[in-house]
Design a binder for this molecule. Structure first.
Ligand code: NAD
Length: 281
């Protein structure tokens, strides 16, 4: 089974469109998402454009604030504080990476955690790891929705995560623990990655190394989610050798067209959630 992330993301956007229409008729207001882009990083510009387009499609009020790369940190923090107070803004996202002179941590901590649609604020990180209600980082949320399309009950499954970043591996661990999986987190210092992968019912690769996971690293019938996006001479590839692994896996996400489309759809989902929570306060 090839897990069609484009299709699942389109279904989620359709659901959100209906939800936004319902919220509009109930509250006479729609969710608002403000994205801040600092600098000229080309991939970031593309991501932000796609986020804006998708937000508009589902009826979210979308605003993009663009700043030059030499923006002073204080000006950015002041803008975030202003957006925190603006009740038309339900979600704030500062596109990463930021220019080196701006402290990413300060930026993340300045965003009101109730408007933190990326789920990076320490309050949301803590709530997620304690099993409480929180904003969930978009890519891991997308991965878990894709997993659920293959198998509703993940209880007792052994999941092996490759990569321990704050963006992917760590929040994914919490989501899988919530589903009663046994979770192994591997990383660059793991001694025998192949052996770890061979024990997995579920592999989630978020590394950034093209085709790292080989066909003979995967147990027959495992589910493989490939988060990696790597530009190579032969085009975009994931962290998994798709051709070889798809012969043994029960289900696998392609790159492109797997996890990628889910990330933006989950951002819209988080924006709608933040709006709904703010209304019901
Ligand atoms: P990162 O660089 O922050 O983390 C990479 C992780 O991989 C680290 O924890 C590191 O320890 C681990 N690692 C490095 N080499 C390893 C090795 N040889 N064996 C095992 N582990 C190793 O990266 P990230 O931000 O988590 O992104 C990972 C990948 O996912 C990148 O390709 C990125 O482009 C992609 N990504 C995709 C989406 C999406 O929407 N599909 C979103 C975010 C990131």
């Amino acid at each position: 089974m090839i897990i069609d992330g484009k299709k699942v993301a389109a279904e989620l956007r359709e659901e959100l469109k209906k939800k936004v229409a319902d919220l509009k008729s109930t509250y006479n207001a729609v969710p608002g998402l403000t994205v801040i882009l600092v600098g000229e990083d080309i991939p970031s510009k593309i991501y932000v454009k796609n986020k804006e387009k998708s937000a508009i499609e589902v009826g979210i009020n979308s605003e993009v604030i663009r700043y030059p790369a030499n923006l002073e940190e204080k000006a950015l923090l002041d803008k975030i504080k202003e957006l925190n107070k603006n009740n038309k803004v339900s979600g704030i996202l500062v596109q990463l990476p930021l220019p080196k002179h701006i402290d990413k941590r300060k930026v993340i901590e300045t965003i009101d955690h109730e408007k933190d649609v990326d789920g990076f604020h320490p309050m949301n990180v803590g709530n997620l790891s304690s099993g409480y209600d929180s904003s969930i980082p978009c890519t891991p949320l997308g991965c878990s929705l894709l997993l659920k399309k293959v198998e509703k009950n993940l209880s007792g499954k052994h999941a092996v995560l490759i990569g321990r970043s704050n963006l992917n591996g760590k929040p994914m661990t919490q989501l899988l623990l919530k589903e009663n999986c046994t979770v192994t987190i591997t990383h660059s210092k793991t001694k025998d990655l192949k052996a770890e992968c061979l024990r997995a019912d579920i592999i989630i690769a978020a590394v950034g190394i093209p085709k790292l996971v080989k066909g003979d690293w995967v147990k027959k019938g495992a589910i493989v989610i490939d988060v990696g996006i790597n530009k190579t001479d032969s085009g975009l590839v994931g962290d998994v050798d798709f051709d070889a692994v798809s012969k043994v896996a029960k289900a696998i996400t392609p790159v492109p067209g797997g996890v990628g489309p889910m990330t933006i759809a989950c951002l819209l989902n988080n924006t709608v959630e933040c709006f709904s929570k703010a209304q019901s306060k």
